[in-house]
Write a protein that binds this ligand. Structure first.
Ligand code: FRU
Length: 469
């Protein structure tokens, strides 16, 4: 009954809101965005039988974080996406306050979702259940109910299961907060996805040499890349430093070796995945050809999000572009998925001193900039990038406070690759050595304006806007 009622309200929200949302000049041309309401984490990203499936945290009823549904898109090429039936509606008692984040696996040749049923109580406390849902022939998902309740020793903040198979067994990492209010990642094992054995904490605040490292770790993801076991997670409660950890919450990774037999993980230092203003809750999967692909949420759950002008049009947030990961020595490399080159139109190139460069349109465009000397770049009069020979400074005015805010990347710059859409810019540094991802809301017909005397080689494409059908 509740499910039917929620679906009626969802339909109403779409009927009322879609037209207004589509009129927003900041509506992206080629990034995934909710048709109405609020989008956050990518969920259940998986490739199966010729299709990529991407699910997403969605509040269709409002532009705020509320009760979360799972929306569902699929694609054969990572460029053209199609809506699918809404996958999860928070209708059951064990998910009364949201079908929170999770992942997908293929079991018995069916897409199976593992997600968190979030339950809040009137006294402010909460609990969480890890739940299953399985694809049916109509492309809907049948709920199989909770398979795991709160493990002892943790608060109600235990969520975001990421599941994979290894040597014939299922493994899960879970984000958790222990009773001392420290963020942790738990590893669990199962033969059948239904009964889970908690193998213990494999990483966390005060573990593995990290020292105090946050009160909650969200959205863990663990996978093998080259010779490393990469653990991605989002720690909350890390103090800002002068050049890093400057967002309210971080998204980053550890490299190390997971010992499955002893359920232990030895790892190196934490690195942020992104040095821009908006990037959180990334999730990866394996592509048809074995590449490790990643989508992130181009947002941060903090007080600033709701000042974005798209809220007036009844929608908020997008995914990042799909990215492919690789390892170079001890460095995680992120590059735009090569499939995105299918969007390129109208190639032009230019060479000369920065200040003489043409004002290039960046409404929906890609730019590759080869440069070895200091220069600066203004993007749609909204975002400013400067390279001073030692570091990149990205700055803008905060939408809530109006104050100038800054993000940094330190290193030797050779090349920038910018992917621009109407409400975002993703800046890939030195072929993916680092990324600065940001939403931004420029006035009409934004352009890139260079200054400085550095010699530049510019390549520029307009990007087409494939329909999300
Ligand atoms: C991360 C997160 C997850 C949670 C989801 C709820 O952005 O807080 O931990 O499952 O969002 O929407």
């Amino acid at each position: 009954m509740l499910e039917a009622s929620l679906l009626k309200h969802l339909t109403l929200a779409v009927m009322r809101g879609q037209c207004r949302a589509s009129q927003d000049p900041h509506r992206p041309g080629w990034h995934l965005a909710p048709c109405v309401g609020l989008l956050n984490d990518p969920n259940g990203f998986i490739y199966h039988a010729g299709y990529y499936h991407l699910f997403y945290q969605w509040n269709p009823l409002d532009c705020r974080h509320g009760s979360k549904f799972w929306g569902h898109w699929c694609s054969t090429d990572l460029v053209h996406w199609e809506h699918q039936p809404v996958a999860l509606v928070p209708s059951e008692a064990y998910e009364s306050h949201g079908c929170y984040s999770g992942s997908a696996v293929i079991a018995d040749d069916l897409i199976t979702l593992i997600y968190t049923g979030n339950v809040k109580y009137p006294d402010g406390s909460r609990t969480a259940f890890q739940c299953l849902a399985q694809e049916n022939p109509r492309g809907e998902f049948d709920k199989l109910g909770p398979v795991l309740s709160l493990p002892t020793g943790y608060t109600g903040h235990v969520r975001d299961p990421k599941v994979w198979q290894h040597h014939g067994q299922w493994y899960m990492v879970l984000g958790a907060q222990d009773l001392q209010l420290q963020g942790k990642v738990l590893l669990l094992r199962s033969d059948n996805l239904r009964e889970w054995h908690n193998l213990g904490e494999i990483a966390g605040s005060h573990l593995g040499g990290l020292g105090p490292f946050g009160y909650m770790w969200e959205c863990p993801d663990l996978f093998r890349l080259a010779e490393q076991d990469v653990l991605i997670f989002c720690p909350q409660g890390i103090a800002a430093e002068s050049e890093r950890y400057r967002n309210t919450f971080q998204a980053g990774y550890l490299l190390g070796q997971l010992d499955y037999a002893n359920a232990s993980y030895s790892h190196q230092d934490f690195h942020e995945l992104d040095a821009g203003f908006e990037f959180y809750a990334p999730q990866t999967t394996v592509a048809a050809d074995g590449r490790r692909l990643l989508f992130g949420w181009m947002g941060i759950p903090d007080d600033d999000e709701f000042y974005q002008p798209t809220v007036a049009y009844g929608w908020i947030h997008t995914m990042t572009c799909p990215r492919e990961l690789s390892m170079q020595g001890n460095q995680l490399i992120q590059q735009p998925a090569r499939e995105l080159t299918a969007l390129r139109r109208e190639y032009r190139q230019w060479q000369g001193p920065a200040q003489e460069a043409p004002y290039l349109p960046i409404n929906s465009a890609e730019m590759i900039i080869d440069v070895n000397a200091p220069f600066s770049l203004e993007l749609g009069h909204t975002l400013h990038l400067a390279w001073d020979g030692e570091r990149i400074t990205l700055s803008r005015n905060n939408l809530r406070t109006g104050l100038r805010e800054f993000r940094y990347w330190r290193g030797q710059l050779h090349q920038l690759q910018l992917l621009c859409d109407r409400c975002s810019i993703e800046i890939f540094i030195n072929q993916g050595e680092a990324v600065m991802t940001s939403s931004y809301f420029p006035p009409d017909l934004p352009r890139a304006i260079f200054s400085g005397s550095a010699e530049l080689h510019l390549q520029h494409w307009l990007l087409s806007s494939p329909m999300l059908e």
